[in-house]
Design a protein around this ligand. Sequence first.
Ligand SMILES: [Zn+2]
Length: 317
Amino acid sequence: MATNIKLKASARTMSLKDVYQGGEDKAYSLFRKVRWPETDGAPVCPRCGGLDAYEITTRRKFKCKACQHQFSVTSGTIFASRKLPFTDMLAAVLIVSNAAKGVSAMQLSRDLDVQHKTAWVLAHKLREAMRSETAGFKLSGIVEVDGAYFGGHVRPANMKEDRVDRRLAENQTGKRRVVVAIRQRKGRTLTFVTKQEADGVELVAKTVERSAQIHADEASHWDTLHAMFPTLRVNHSDGYSINGVCTNQAESYFSRLRKMIGGQHHHVSARYLAQYAGHAAWVEDHRELDNGAMTNRAIGLAMAHPVSRVWKGYWQR
Ligand SMILES: [Zn+2]
């Protein structure tokens, strides 16, 4: 059996010890290099693209010589109006990127010794940045599609005669949602939150190249896919993989998402489910990267992501 990549020393290229021993200047320098890779961390004016700026060192700000615009390394990114030191920001990204099963805002706030609401918003901003990596992505090759239900649990009645069929719509709490996962083998995992698994048909049509081969289970709503794609089906009552036809990759994604939600976030409202689903997909797709590479990648996404409309000033509203 292959060794789990995360157990190898080569998977550990960054640690919290490194972050805090390296100090604020080193963390700041990393953010600059990730934001402005083409100039190796020298500032580029976000307004006019000017390469000449005065550096206001004490405030870690810049003033563009061409247009006088004042900016910082995080201006215009999802980390704009950052209040935490760069070491804490870097540590937060490392903790979130490292957490194979996710991390709760409570735990993050304890680890970083910051307020719970600060940790909550920071983690959500990171998830939004991670999800943006596959925005507009098209999958090809062999693509598995599957759905799984989350939330809206109806407690079974104690007496048998009082039990209801939990699958009936009228017995649902209205909070139940399905996560549809569309996963390319050896490729990316796209996730969507909808009310019913059948919505997945349209999502596959939108996100998968017509030349791809689709693998799906026996659920009848997937029948529609045959008209659009070469589609193979696996009947789960016969087995989980028949002649290589399976949805095991999608299943392993759902297993990660269930652990993440069950172990860390507990009851997730429909509103945040999409965020966690995207986070689990990002971790799953990058599970073979070492943690330093994952951290750099996550910072890169955050620094390339515009100010969040959802999370900016979240607690000031
Ligand atoms: Zn400028």
